[in-house]
Design a protein around this ligand. Structure first.
Ligand SMILES: [Zn+2]
Ligand SMILES: [Zn+2]
Length: 473
C-alpha cells in the first residue's frame, strides 16, 4: 500500500478499448499470433506446427458466416465474438501492441517509468487499468501513446483521485490507502439460480460459497466485507437458499485469510477419467456403480498399474432447455408455403416421385383437394396419394416417414416376390417400363401422432375418394 505523500500523487486510471473484437484487423491479428508462436514455440503442443495454427486461425477468421431470412452473411472485418478462439486471439493481439507501448514509454519517459508501467499496467481483454503518478506528467499523454499503437484500436479512459470501478472491483483511496471493494453494475439484478431449480445439487450448494469467496477475496475493509456478505445473504434468501446453507458457506470462506484467497492457485495436473452424462435427477445412479467397479478393477495388479494415479470423476452435461429447443442459428422469417415440394437433397431417392403441387384432383369425383400444410420428401405422419403414371388410377396410404415408405413401395414394385398388394401389381403391369412409374403427393397431415388417429384418418379418405388401387380384388 502507499504512504501518504505517494498516495497524493496517484491518479486511478481505467481504459477501455472501443469495440475491440470488431476493430482488430486480420493482418494485425495474424502478425501478433505469429510473433507469439515464434517467441514461445515450446508452449505449442507437439502435434501442431506453427503453420498449421496460423492457417487454421486464418480459416476461422475468414469463415464467420450466418444465415438470416434466406440470405447468407459473411463477416468482412474484425473478429467474430462467438468463436472459441476470439478471446485468446484478441488478448494476444493487444499484448503484441503492448510491446510497442513499453518501447514508446521508454522513449518518452525513460527507463524507470517504463519499468513502472510494465509492472503496473494491468489489462483484462479490453479493460486496462493503471495507477498513474501525476509526477510522470499528464495522463492524456499516456493515453495518446495507447491510441498511437494501431490506427483501428481506440482507447477511452477515465481517471479519478478518489475511486473508480474496474471489472468487478471498485478501486478507491481511503485514509491514504488504495483499497478494493466489490463492484456491481447498476443493471445487476442479483437474480441467482433459484434453489428450487433442477440443477445438480452440488452446483447449487457451490453458489453461496463461490459468491462469498469473491467478496472475501476482493473487499479489503472488514466492515464493508460484512456489509457485502449481509447483502448477498438477502439476495440468496430471495432465491430460496436455506439460511443454514448460506451461513455455513460464509463461515467456511471467512475462515480463510485474504492473502491465501488472493494467492494464485497452480493448476492441478491430474490424470482424470471423466464419465459424462446429461443431468436428469430421474436417471439411475450409474456413476456410483461405475466407481465401485473401477475400484474393483484396480484391485488387480495389471489394472492397478494401468490406472495408477487416474481419478474417475463424473461430469454432468446440461440438458437442452427451452431456449436451446426454441432457438436456431438459421433464422427464417419466410413461412414455408403450403403444398408439396421436393426436398432437392443430392442423394434423395424420393424427389423424382414427388409431384410438386398445392392441390390434388380426384377426377372421378371432380374434387380439387387443397393442401393445407407444407410437405416434402421428409414429411411424416401424413396421408398420401400414389398415382399410376400409366393410367391415372390411384392409391391412398399413410406413413410416419414418407421417404422410408417410398423406398418400400419401390422395393415391392420391382421385386416379384414382394408384389403382393394390388397397387404394386397394377403399377408394375401398367407403368413398369416407364422411368417414373408412379407419382406421389402427401396431402394431409394427421394432427395427432397416434396409430388410431392415423388409421381413422386414412380410412376416412379411402371411404371418401374410393381409390381402385386400394381394393385388393
Ligand atoms: Zn427428396
Ligand atoms: Zn395404371
Amino acid at each position: 500500500m502507499f504512504i501518504k505523500d505517494v498516495i497524493n500523487d496517484i491518479l486511478i486510471v481505467t481504459c477501455d478499448i472501443k469495440d475491440m473484437y470488431t476493430n482488430i484487423k486480420k493482418d494485425l491479428g495474424l502478425k501478433a499470433i505469429r510473433y507469439w508462436l515464434y517467441k514461445y514455440p515450446s508452449l505449442l503442443h507437439e502435434r501442431f506446427s506453427i503453420d498449421f495454427v496460423l492457417e487454421a486461425l486464418e480459416f476461422v477468421l475468414d469463415n464467420s458466416n450466418f444465415q438470416f431470412n434466406n440470405n447468407f452473411y459473411s463477416l468482412i472485418s474484425g473478429t467474430v465474438t462467438g468463436t472459441k478462439v476470439a478471446p485468446t486471439y484478441a488478448n494476444l493481439t493487444v499484448a503484441f501492441l503492448e510491446i510497442s507501448l513499453y518501447d514508446k514509454v521508454k522513449e518518452i519517459y525513460g527507463e524507470n517509468i517504463q519499468k513502472y508501467v510494465i509492472s503496473n499496467w494491468k489489462r483484462f481483454l479490453d479493460d486496462g487499468q493503471i495507477l498513474w503518478k501525476k509526477s510522470f506528467g499528464n495522463i492524456e499523454d499516456f493515453v495518446n501513446i495507447l491510441n498511437s499503437l494501431d490506427n483501428n484500436i481506440h482507447f477511452t479512459h477515465e481517471c479519478s483521485t478518489t475511486g473508480l470501478p474496474y471489472l468487478n472491483l471498485f478501486l478507491y483511496i481511503e485514509n491514504e490507502k488504495l483499497l478494493t471493494d466489490i463492484y456491481y453494475k447498476d443493471t445487476d439484478s442479483h437474480d441467482y439460480l433459484p434453489f428450487s431449480s433442477c440443477h445438480p445439487r452440488h452446483t447449487k450448494i457451490n453458489i453461496p460459497q463461490t459468491l462469498a469467496r469473491i467478496i472475501c477475496t476482493v473487499v479489503d475493509d472488514p466492515k464493508r466485507k460484512q456489509f457485502r456478505l449481509m447483502e448477498l445473504k438477502a439476495w440468496l434468501k430471495k432465491a430460496g437458499y436455506p439460511i443454514s446453507l448460506i451461513e455455513s458457506a460464509f463461515l467456511k470462506v471467512n475462515k480463510v485469510d485474504q492473502l491465501t484467497l488472493r494467492a494464485k492457485v497452480p493448476p492441478k495436473s491430474e490424470n482424470l477419467l471423466v464419465y459424462v452424462e446429461t443431468h436428469n435427477p430421474k436417471n439411475p445412479k450409474v456413476f456410483e456403480h461405475l466407481s465401485k467397479f473401477f475400484n474393483f478393477l484396480k484391485s488387480f495388479e495389471r489394472f492397478s498399474k494401468l490406472f495408477e494415479g487416474t481419478k474417475l470423476i463424473r461430469s454432468e452435461r446440461q440438458p437442452k432447455n427451452l431456449g436451446h429447443l426454441l432457438q436456431h442459428s438459421c433464422v427464417n422469417l419466410d413461412k414455408p408455403k403450403n403444398g408439396c415440394q421436393k426436398c432437392n437433397k443430392k442423394s434423395c431417392g424420393t424427389c423424382q416421385y414427388i409431384l410438386e403441387t398445392d392441390s390434388i384432383y380426384f377426377s372421378r369425383l371432380d374434387i380439387y383437394f387443397k393442401l393445407l400444410n407444407a410437405f416434402t420428401c421428409e414429411s411424416g405422419n401424413i396421408i398420401y396419394k400414389i398415382t399410376c403414371n400409366g393410367c391415372g388410377e390411384f392409391y391412398i396410404g399413410l406413413t410416419v416417414n414418407l421417404r422410408h415408405r417410398v423406398t418400400n413401395h419401390k422395393f415391392c414394385l420391382f421385386n416379384e416376390a414382394s408384389r403382393i398388394q394390388k397397387v404394386h401389381r397394377h403399377i408394375h403391369d401398367c407403368a413398369g417400363s416407364m422411368l417414373v412409374p408412379f407419382s406421389i403427393v402427401p396431402f394431409y397431415k394427421v394432427k395427432r401422432d397416434t396409430n388410431v388417429a392415423r388409421l381413422s384418418t386414412e380410412s376416412f379418405f379411402i371411404r371418401k375418394f374410393n381409390p381402385r388401387l386400394n381394393r385388393d380384388k
